[in-house]
Write a protein that binds this ligand. Structure first.
Ligand code: MN
Length: 203
């Protein structure tokens, strides 16, 4: 069975950038529903229920056709949100470490340029989607996915993610997605992002 991981901080911890009520609903209702629906879809199929979520995500080709869509959507929702909570933190260091900043500069021309490019991708995503920073052959790339598609399922190694579903920001920001994106830059857990980068290089 899959279980909802606890948030690594309180619902109110990301205020004022991401509000407490959004975090509460996002975690205890939306994320919890993905976990519940995933377990329902896989009921009786212990060989899948016993997998780690990151392994299930890479095993879609082994799933019976009649449950594939439900498992794909909800496993993606579960793995994406579990990832998303971890790359945010209350009052994080505002900037990545020096070596990581150099890496960003090498890939995007500068930290500000990186933020602009990432925000542009996030703004141009249509409908429910995610923006990601991934490591591809030691290079950093910005990509987006639709619905709950996970880059992990495609073999990519994500190190940063931004949830662009309206449920992630509508309570506080309504239709102003760009304000949500600007606010989100203040709560990135760069230590975790750098850890994920080092792990991605060693995989
Ligand atoms: Mn979400």
């Amino acid at each position: 069975m899959f279980t909802l991981p606890p948030l690594p901080y309180d619902h109110a911890a990301l205020e004022p950038f991401i509000d407490s009520e959004t975090m509460r609903l996002h975690h205890t209702k939306h994320h919890a529903a993905y976990v519940q629906n995933l377990n329902d879809a896989l009921k009786g199929k212990d060989e899948f229920l016993n997998l780690e979520i990151v392994d299930l995500i890479k095993s879609f080709d082994k799933l019976p056709k009649e449950i594939l869509t439900k498992v794909k959507n909800n496993a993606g929702g579960h793995v994406n949100h579990s990832f998303f909570w971890k790359i945010m933190a209350p009052k994080p260091k505002n900037l990545p470490s020096r070596p990581f900043q150099s890496l960003i500069k090498k890939n995007f021309g500068g930290f500000k340029e990186f933020q602009e490019q990432f925000s542009n991708v996030a703004m141009s995503c249509f409908g429910s989607s995610w923006a990601w920073l991934i490591v591809e052959k030691a290079k950093l790339e910005i990509i987006s996915t639709s619905n709950q598609e996970s880059p992990i399922a495609k073999g990519f190694k994500p190190i940063l993610a931004l949830d662009l579903w309206e449920h992630a920001y509508y309570l506080r920001y309504q239709n102003r997605r760009s304000e949500y994106i600007d606010a989100w830059w203040n709560v990135i857990n760069w230590e975790e992002v750098e850890k994920l980068y080092k792990k991605a290089l060693n995989k």
